[in-house]
Design a protein around this ligand. Structure first.
Ligand SMILES: [Cu+2]
Length: 500
């Protein structure tokens, strides 16, 4: 229902411009006609889906979002999940169709976004833009071709629901996989507070009140975290205090254990599902060979550790030694850690407080990577230059893009416009005192200068990241900070394909 209203608004806005007389006439003469955008349910989106082709094979999954109780080493917490935290991993082959039947048993509206996939726009899960929200008690069927192999994940795109337990990995396997490995391990990192110190909605409310709100609360502080610092992140590492850091839904006192054998080569797919925490990950006694960023292959780079922002994914290969090894994800600048265990032989399990020397060795970020030749963008002239200027402060909690806080009731206001077929250069400029993990939906851009293909990029304070992509997936695509609290406060815009 909302969806029809949204379309009506677009029509009405176009009509109003014509109807405001002389002023509008000047605007029309000096600029051009106001932008009109493709509809997520329109012909261009359907044609793009047909062009993707696909195998015709269908993988069906049922995702039931419901209130759930989780157990962290004996402490229980009430949360919302798809039955378990994380949800069972969804796997399919590239070119196959995913059919996900979502049943919403939550006491709230929800949606599912398929993070990183260049999928058909009306299946992207953005209420008010690509679909109506899935109301409490309602169902929705997502169905789309997963064209590109890689490590992806899924989560809601409603309020701060991402910071609950509603997430899981989505692995698109390559039928012609060039990597050689024996085992595979999916590692999902998360910062957790839901049902322990409060709810994500309470955190958002407190953050929105800003620093002044916290002072006014008599200094009890609530959910805010002061003094989280990281040189790698250019200063302030995060705003929110989390009592738990998890790997695959488990705290260090009850760690996930990956069992393999000495000498086996493992592909580790690492996903940061956190909301306000970058993680520095390492496997004790091993170096990691990074092979993929955000699902796409890179020229392999060996490193001791990887820094991974919210929404980012890295795949790494490692040949396992003999014993029991700690896989540690340190909450960057925050002091806490998540732990899992890799076991190939006998030996005492690492302690919950295990730390590993590799964490303070070489730490890889996207800056160190270049795209694998198979996924380098073709050489061609830039047709369109866009800028997304990130602004705002922790004090006022007024996070915005290009001076505008995203308004879900008027999502196209301030949209970045492109035309299908263009080569686009997007400069993401961070004018704030804090780092932001910027995420573009529906595309896997390339960092300029033969950098990696990615869909989520760390943008350091007072610095910029320039990316390029082909506008080959028509629709209305969210572009936002993947700190869920920044995004909800307004650091979000749309990339809109214009009709000519
Ligand atoms: Cu941000």
């Amino acid at each position: 229902m909302n969806f029809e209203i949204h379309n009506a608004n677009l029509t009405r806005r176009g009509f109003l411009v014509v109807g405001t007389g002389a002023l509008a006439a000047i605007a029309l003469a000096s600029c051009t006609t106001p932008p009109r955008y493709v509809s997520p349910t329109g012909a261009a989106v359907q044609q793009a889906e047909v062009a993707r082709g696909g195998t015709g094979r269908v993988t069906s999954v049922d995702l039931v979002a419901s209130p759930t109780q989780v157990d962290f080493a004996g402490t229980t917490a009430d949360t919302w999940s798809f039955g378990s935290v994380p949800a069972p991993t969804i796997r399919l082959a590239a070119g196959d169709t995913l059919r996900a039947n979502v049943r919403n048993q939550l006491p709230a509206e929800t949606s599912v976004h398929w993070h990183g996939l260049a999928l058909r726009n009306d299946m992207d899960g953005i209420p008010g833009t690509t679909q109506a929200p899935i109301g409490a008690g309602e169902n929705f069927r997502y169905e789309f071709v997963a064209a590109h192999p890689g490590t992806y994940w899924f989560h809601p795109h409603v309020g701060p629901q991402l910071d609950r337990g509603l997430y899981g990995a989505l692995i698109v396997e390559d039928p012609n996989e060039p990597l050689i490995y024996d085992d595979e391990w999916v590692v999902i990192l998360d910062d957790w507070l839901d049902g322990v110190t409060g709810t994500p909605d309470e955190v958002l409310e407190e953050l929105r009140a800003g620093m002044a709100g916290m002072m006014g609360d008599g200094g009890t502080g609530g959910h805010m975290m002061m003094g989280a610092r990281s040189d790698l992140l250019g200063g302030d590492a995060g705003d929110v205090f989390y009592p738990h850091y998890l790997i695959n839904g488990r705290p260090p006192a009850d760690p996930d254990t990956f069992t393999s054998a000495p000498g086996r080569r493992v592909r580790i797919r690492i996903i940061n599902a956190g909301s306000d925490t970058a993680f520095r990950v390492a496997l004790g006694g091993h170096r990691l060979t990074v092979t993929h960023s955000d699902g796409f292959p890179v020229n392999p780079v060996e490193t001791d550790a990887i820094l991974i922002g919210m929404g980012e994914r890295y795949d790494a290969l490692v040949t396992l030694g003999d014993g029991a090894f700690p896989f540690v994800a340190a909450a960057e600048g925050k002091g806490g850690t998540a732990l899992a265990i890799v076991r190939t032989g006998s030996g005492d399990p690492p302690r919950a407080s295990a730390t590993v020397a590799e964490l303070t060795g070489s730490v890889l970020t996207a800056v160190a990577l270049t795209a694998d030749p198979s996924v380098v963008l073709s050489t061609r002239a830039i047709d369109r230059e866009l800028t997304a200027t990130l602004s705002g402060s922790m004090m006022a909690y007024d996070w915005a893009i290009n001076g505008r806080r995203f308004d879900p009731a008027d999502p196209l206001a301030g949209a970045l416009g492109v035309t299908q077929g263009e080569r686009v250069r997007l400069r993401i400029e961070n004018t704030t005192q804090m780092w932001h993990p910027f995420h573009l939906h529906g595309h896997t851009y390339q960092h300029s200068g033969s950098g990696p293909r990615k869909d989520t990029s760390i943008v350091l304070p007072r610095q910029s990241v320039t990316v390029e992509f082909d506008a080959d997936n028509p629709g209305l695509w969210a572009a936002h900070c993947h700190n869920i609290y920044h995004a909800e406060a307004g650091m979000m815009t749309l990339l809109g394909y214009q009709t000519t």
